[in-house]
Design a protein around this ligand. Structure first.
Ligand code: NAP
Ligand code: ZN
Ligand code: ZN
Length: 351
């Protein structure tokens, strides 16, 4: 099935119209007409080859929400017309201990198939993401979405939502805990919403003083401008947990210093180059420096259901597909409030 899309042809070239072929549905496949796709900073890292592993042409997009157009003969969870969503993965080995535990993002056989830029088991080529009219995905990697939610505002939950929900749950963030969220972008703004919803005392660290008011509206109890050394020093040794959602180079030691005894800093931001850590900032007082990648399929469904039940969604700015380069340029200036979402009708019917 020929499908319109937007692709990067090289690290230096802007995304432009591209045509790709989606497979005919296999028995367990769901064909989804994409309505909205969020713009994650990972899309930008990948399109520009900042992680050094991009295969061109590259069609980014892993915050996919749409309606089922067709189902394979064995599909049980979906019928035509249902809402459906796809996040960062479309398959895994399904049999290793991590996959059996619902942690497909950590598949131990290296079998995780990411939504874009991964070897495609079916086509023999590479997977193409959600900056496209439609996608064909096995129902086991397709999420259910409740009718009645704001569709554009729900799409980014598929990456920004689960990537912040999962580590906050894993490290048992809740009442009585002081929790820092670093960087108020797509991930960070969901980190603030979830930390607040889980009952923690939530502190946002930002380089953008102009975002302070928004942060409080989103659920932050306090806002610290990280460029102010006095404000940072006043917070030393006072945090149980910090989630670092920053997309660019920054000083990780400045945040390790804010952790209490046995406190944990989890990095979800994935800057291009290594972030040096000073040994004594971990040794004393017995701090943990951790990482986390998205979340497994069962937890992603749990997060979507939690959000639907609590009326939680993303704060989004809807754009047309032709504005995606402008959106990337704004991400690089930290000028996002707080997720760009592409209205995919603009790909089907360019004005
Ligand atoms: P984003 O919307 O662009 O937000 C990044 C935020 O980081 C900015 O809004 C800004 O917040 C802060 N920031 C930017 N440059 C900075 C600098 N030089 N120093 C300090 N702070 C800076 O990005 P995103 O989509 O949330 O993604 C964030 C990162 O997470 C990316 O690297 C992305 O690839 C990664 N990611 C990882 C996973 C995972 O599974 N681990 C999943 C998705 C994304 P302030 O204006 O508040 O300072
Ligand atoms: Zn993402
Ligand atoms: Zn596996």
């Amino acid at each position: 099935m020929s499908t319109k899309a937007y692709a990067a042809q090289a690290a230096e070239s802007p995304l432009a119209p591209f045509s790709l072929t989606r497979r005919d549905p296999l028995p367990n496949d769901v064909v989804i007409d994409i309505l909205y796709c969020g713009v994650c900073h990972s899309d930008l890292h990948q399109a520009r080859n900042e992680w050094g592993n991009t295969i061109y042409p590259c069609v980014p997009g892993h915050e996919i929400l749409g309606r089922v157009a067709k189902t394979g003969s064995a599909v049980k969870k979906f019928k035509e017309g249902d809402l459906a969503a796809v996040g960062c993965m479309v398959d895994s080995c399904r049999t290793c201990p991590a996959c059996e535990a619902g942690l497909e993002q950590f598949c131990e056989t290296g079998g995780t198939v990411f939504t874009y830029n991964s070897p495609d088991r079916h086509s023999g080529g590479v997977t193409f993401g959600g900056y496209s009219e439609s996608i064909v995905v096995d129902e086991s990697f397709t999420l259910k979405v409740s009718e009645g939610v704001d569709l554009a505002a729900t799409a980014p939950l598929l990456c920004a939502g689960i990537t912040t929900y999962s580590p906050l749950k894993h490290w048992k963030v809740g009442p009585g805990k002081t929790v820092g969220i670093v960087g108020l972008g797509g991930l960070g703004h969901m980190g603030v919403k979830f930390a607040h919803a889980f009952g923690a005392h939530t502190v946002l660290f930002t380089t953008s003083p102009g975002k302070a008011e928004d942060a409080k509206r989103l659920g932050a109890d306090e806002v610290v401008v990280s460029k102010d050394p006095d404000a940072m020093a006043a917070r030393a040794r006072s945090f149980d947990f910090i989630l670092d959602c920053v997309s660019a180079q920054h000083d990780i030691n400045a945040y390790l210093n804010l952790l209490k005894l046995d406190g944990t800093l989890t990095l979800v931001g994935a800057p291009e180059r290594p972030l040096p850590v000073a040994a004594f900032n971990l040794i004393l007082p017995r701090r943990n420096f951790a990482g986390s990648a998205i979340g497994g399929i069962p937890e992603t469904q749990e997060m979507l259901d939690f959000c639907a039940g609590r009326g939680i969604a993303c704060d989004v700015e809807t754009i047309g597909i032709r504005d995606v380069e402008t959106a990337y340029a704004r991400l690089l200036k930290s000028d996002v409030r707080y997720r760009f979402v592409i209205d995919m009708a603009t790909l089907k019917n360019p004005a």
